[in-house]
Design a binder for this molecule. Structure first.
Ligand code: IMP
Length: 201
């Protein structure tokens, strides 16, 4: 099976390749760029699922004839903080501006939660993955990891909002666990495994 992933993010490609390997799933996986597609994608959906579908459909519509038999995958993810009305949500990477360092974005979220007690600091990472098949049919999955916003940034692993995303069961943040452990429990790990299971069928 040939799979084209609608991402420019090489790290995501590595993650999904590892998950396909775990499932002994033979697939020829490449980024949209490797398939020669550089179409602009306008992510104007109102949910993670819609944005993943928009990306997958845009790339599927731009596939060169030689890739007509490929499945297109796209993902969209972000952080929902309940006490902030689910912000930053689908705007997670754009929150406070795309180029603002995460140290500042995380400090701002902690500041906004200053008066919020522990039990109301619930949050989750969400990941939606959409697949568009060569016959035009689609599948979309959504997975989450539940946690709480901590009181200070902790840990050096991961990226983005990981240092402030606290896992009560493990008593640490997602920036304090190994990449392998994060992959096992994360929204993205779960969503990639779910879509890989569907592709395998
Ligand atoms: P996208 O899925 O590449 O659009 O990423 C959305 C944004 O959500 C990222 O830039 C991060 O800000 C945030 N995000 C998504 N997943 C994670 C995660 O596992 N850890 C920390 N931040 C995340």
């Amino acid at each position: 099976m040939r799979i084209i992933f609608a991402t420019g993010n090489a790290h995501k490609l590595v993650e999904i390749r590892e998950i396909l390997d775990e499932l002994s799933f033979q697939a020829d996986l490449m980024t949209m760029k490797e398939a020669g597609i550089d179409t602009e994608i306008i992510e104007d959906g109102l949910s993670f699922e819609e944005n993943a579908q928009i990306k997958a459909r845009t790339v599927a519509a731009a596939l060169p004839a030689e890739y007509a038999d490929a499945v297109v995958l796209a993902d969209d993810s972000g952080l929902e903080v309940d006490a902030l009305n689910k912000e930053p949500g689908i705007y997670s990477s754009r929150y406070m501006g795309e180029d603002t360092p995460y140290s500042e974005k995380n400090a701002e979220i902690l500041r906004r939660l200053n008066d919020i007690p522990k039990e109301k600091r619930t949050a989750r990472f969400v990941c939606a993955v959409a697949a568009v098949f060569p016959d035009g049919t689609e599948e979309t999955v959504r997975e989450t990891i539940e946690g709480k916003i901590g009181y200070e940034p902790r840990g050096k692993n991961g990226f983005g909002y990981d240092p402030i995303f606290y896992l009560p069961d493990l008593s640490c943040s997602t920036a304090e666990i190994s990449p392998e452990e994060k992959n096992r429990i994360s929204h993205r790990g779960k969503a990639f495994r779910a879509i890989a299971g569907i592709l395998k069928r």
